[in-house]
Design a binder for this molecule. Structure first.
Ligand code: SF4
Length: 241
């Protein structure tokens, strides 16, 4: 897909709802080649509800890093049974995981940014590459206001890292809009949000945030804000063409 077409889609869908965007994508690219990334966040729960209601066989994947909160696994089961689908689960390679944990220890992420990124690379990025190789389009719950690293994301983007189309239907939504949608549809959400968590990832790298703090300040809280990505979302520019 070329830059001009992506720009056209971004203009065309600027005022459209996430449901309209997702239905367009499912219709144009097909349900078997369009996949939703879910970490069970509130944003991903909104998109899961839309996917499940608008596709007979939704493809929704979860990367099981092995370090998630029990609450996340509980929500996964609840969501799966509520909407009647099974998550596609991807896990780190045994060999790579055994090697890094043997070499650097089970808490390597606290040692340095490099070791934290190495852990994310093995537990998240490598499984992500495998799942994305099975699709042409991936859909994510990223929002512009989440962090400085996401302030320029578009509804439609070319993901250079994976050479495929990436869709962010909630790019312009606020956190309040997400909660309104969750409440209006009675969508299940991670109970940790009731304990001041506002962005939830792996248990050792996530903590609750205080009032007034940035949404993602509870993720890798020991690092600078501009380094707080795990490598899953690395390219937000459209393809030249
Ligand atoms: Fe490892 Fe933490 Fe990254 Fe999870 S978030 S993969 S535990 S460094």
């Amino acid at each position: 897909m070329i830059k001009q077409e992506i720009e056209k889609l971004n203009k065309e869908f600027l005022d459209k709802s996430p449901k309209e965007i997702i239905c367009y994508v499912l219709d144009r690219f097909g349900t078997s080649r369009t996949i939703l990334a879910s970490s069970l966040s509130i944003e991903d729960q909104v998109l899961t509800e839309i996917f499940a209601k608008n596709s007979a066989n939704p493809r929704i994947f979860f990367i099981d890093t092995g370090r998630h909160f029990q609450n996340t696994y509980d929500l996964m089961e609840e969501t799966s049974s509520r909407y009647g689908f099974k998550y596609e689960v991807y896990a780190p390679s045994n060999e790579q995981l055994e090697r890094i944990v043997s070499q650097y220890g089970p808490n390597m992420f606290y040692e340095s940014v490099e070791l934290r990124k190495k852990c994310c690379e093995v537990r998240k990025v490598e499984p992500l590459k495998r799942v994305l190789a099975t699709a042409d389009v991936w859909v994510c719950g990223l929002r512009r206001e989440q962090s400085v690293t996401r302030s320029n994301i578009e509804l439609f983007e070319w993901d250079h890292a994976h050479d495929m189309l990436k869709i962010n239907p909630l790019a312009y939504w606020t956190e309040e809009q997400v909660w309104e949608y969750i409440r209006s549809k009675n969508i299940p959400y991670n109970s940790l949000y009731n304990k001041d968590f506002r962005s939830i990832g792996c248990q050792p790298c996530t903590r609750a945030v205080r009032k007034g703090e940035d949404i993602r300040s509870g993720r890798w809280w020991w690092e600078d804000p501009d380094k707080k990505e795990c490598g899953l979302h690395v390219s937000n520019v459209v393809k030249e063409g």
